[in-house]
Design a protein around this ligand. Sequence first.
Ligand code: NAG
Ligand code: NAG
Ligand code: NAG
Ligand code: NAG
Ligand code: NAG
Ligand code: NAG
Ligand code: NAG
Ligand code: NAG
Length: 430
Amino acid sequence: MRFFDAVVALGAAGLVSAQSSVTFQDSSQTILRTDNGTYGPALEEYHYYYDQWPIGLAISSTGRFFVSYTRGTYAYTLGETVNKTAERPYPSAEVNLPVSALNTTFNGIPFGSASSDSFISVQALYITPETSTRPETLWVLDTGRPTVQNADGSYTNVYAQPGGPKLCAISLTNDTVYRTYTFPPSVHYPDSSMNDMRFDFRPNATNSTAGVAYIVDSSNEGRTGFIILDLASGNSWRRLEQDPSTLRVQNDVPSYQGHPFYQRSPGMPITHLTEGLDGIQISPDGSRIYYSALTTDYLYSIPTANLRAPPTDPSVELNAHANVSSHGQRGGNANGFEGDNLGRIYQLMPEQNAIYYYDPTDGQTKGMVRDPRIIWPDGATIGQDGYLYININQLPYQPMWNNGMDLRVHPGAVLRFRIPNNGTKITSLY
Ligand SMILES: *[C@@H]1O[C@H](CO)[C@@H](O)[C@H](O)[C@H]1NC(C)=O
Ligand SMILES: *[C@@H]1O[C@H](CO)[C@@H](O)[C@H](O)[C@H]1NC(C)=O
Ligand SMILES: *[C@@H]1O[C@H](CO)[C@@H](O)[C@H](O)[C@H]1NC(C)=O
Ligand SMILES: *[C@@H]1O[C@H](CO)[C@@H](O)[C@H](O)[C@H]1NC(C)=O
Ligand SMILES: *[C@@H]1O[C@H](CO)[C@@H](O)[C@H](O)[C@H]1NC(C)=O
Ligand SMILES: *[C@@H]1O[C@H](CO)[C@@H](O)[C@H](O)[C@H]1NC(C)=O
Ligand SMILES: *[C@@H]1O[C@H](CO)[C@@H](O)[C@H](O)[C@H]1NC(C)=O
Ligand SMILES: *[C@@H]1O[C@H](CO)[C@@H](O)[C@H](O)[C@H]1NC(C)=O
C-alpha cells in the first residue's frame, strides 16, 4: 500500500518542479531515506534585501545594522537598515561617492577613484566595542576598486589608486568618520583587493599604543598576503606575500546547489574563481590568526606575532613562512569567517549551504548549521546579543559569473541563529 501511495504522489509531478528552486526539499513521498539539507539551531529570517545585493554586515551593541555593497552601478556602497525590508545610505548619501566618479582612465588603463574622503566600493565591515579611548566604532574597508561594465558587456575590476583603498573608523556616537588610513603603493598594489579585517587594540600585546588591524589581500590577480596596520602611527606592511597558504587553488571547480561551477564572464572564455586569501579570524586571546583562500579546502593559521614583527628584520618573512600551521582539510571551500569568545572559528561554506566551525579544543572541523536557504553565505557578524548573522546574496547567480544574465531572485536575506553554549562576540581584545 505504501508503494501505491508513492506512485500516486509521484503522479502529481508538478510538485517536484514547483520545488526545484529549493536545494534539498523532497516532495516525492518516497519510502527511502533522504537528506533534508537541514541541521543545527533554528535559523530566523532577520532582514530581506529587495534592492541592492549585499556583501558585508555588522551589528552594533544597540542593534543598529550596517551593510556594504560592492559597486558598480549601485547608488551607495555603505548602508544602514531602516526596517526589515529596506536600507538607506550611511552615514549620508554624500559620503558615498556618486557612480559617475567611481572610475577614471590613464593612458587607456582603467583605475578607481583616488578619493580618500568618500566611499568607493566597501567590501567589509566590523564593529569594535566602546573602550576608554574610542567610541563604539564601525570599521569600513573600502577596496577602492569598483567593477565597471564596458560597452561590449564585459566587466573590469579597475585597478586601485593610492587614496581609494582605505580603512575608515566611524564613531557610532556621532556617525562621523574620525580616522582614515590609506596605504602606500608598496603595501597596497594596484591589483590588491582588501577583503576582510580583524582588530587587537591591546597596547601591551601589539606594541602599538592604539593596537593593530590585520587585513587580508585576496587579489584575484594573485599577489595575495596580509596587510598589517599600526592604528597609532598609520604605518602598514605586508606579510606572507604569496605564501602557498594564501594563494587560490588553480582551476578549482566547486559545486553550488549540486551543480559543478565554472565562471562564465561575458566576453571571456570559461574560467575559474581566482580569489585568494579571503577568510580571517583572530583567536579570543589575540595570539593566532586563522585564514584561508576562497577556493581551498584547507584551513591555516599563523601566530599574530609573526604578522606584527616589523619588516626591518631581514628574516621576518622567512620566520612567518616557517610558522604557518595547516589544520588540514575542512570538507569544502569556505568564504568569510567569524569567531566567538569560546574560540570557535566559523567558516561560511557555500558548497554545503552551511556554516562549519573549527574547534581548537580538539582540532576538528564540525557542522554548526545547514539549511537550503543558505545560498551563498557572504559575511557573518556576531552581535553582543549572542546571535550569528549571515548575509545571503546568491553570488553564483550574479551576471558577472553567468554570461551577463542576472539569475538572482529577490529577496536576499540576513539569516541569524543563536550560538549554542552561550557563545558571543569577542570583547577580550579591546
Ligand atoms: C532534517 O533531518 C534531520 C535528521 O533526520 C532532523 O533532525 C531534522 O529535524 C530535519 N529537519 C527538517 C526541517 O525536516
Ligand atoms: C520600510 O522602509 C521603506 C523605506 O523607508 C518604506 O518604503 C517601507 O514602507 C517600510 N516598510 C515597513 C514595513 O515599514
Ligand atoms: C569608467 O568605466 C566605464 C566602463 O569601462 C567607461 O565607459 C568610462 O569611460 C570610465 N570613466 C572614466 C572617467 O574613465
Ligand atoms: C565624533 O567622534 C569622534 C570620536 O570620538 C571625535 O574624534 C570627533 O571629533 C567627533 N566628531 C564630531 C563632528 O562630533
Ligand atoms: C596587557 O594589558 C591587559 C589589559 O590592561 C592586561 O589584562 C594584561 O595582563 C596585560 N598583559 C601583559 C602581558 O602585560
Ligand atoms: C615588541 O617589539 C619588540 C622590539 O621590536 C619585540 O622584541 C617584541 O617581541 C614585540 N612584542 C610584541 C608583543 O609584539
Ligand atoms: C613561531 O611562533 C611562536 C609563537 O607561537 C614563536 O614563539 C616563535 O618564535 C615563532 N617562530 C618563528 C621562526 O618566528
Ligand atoms: C548560558 O547562560 C545561562 C544564563 O546565564 C545559564 O543559565 C546557562 O547555564 C548557560 N549555558 C551554558 C552552556 O553555559
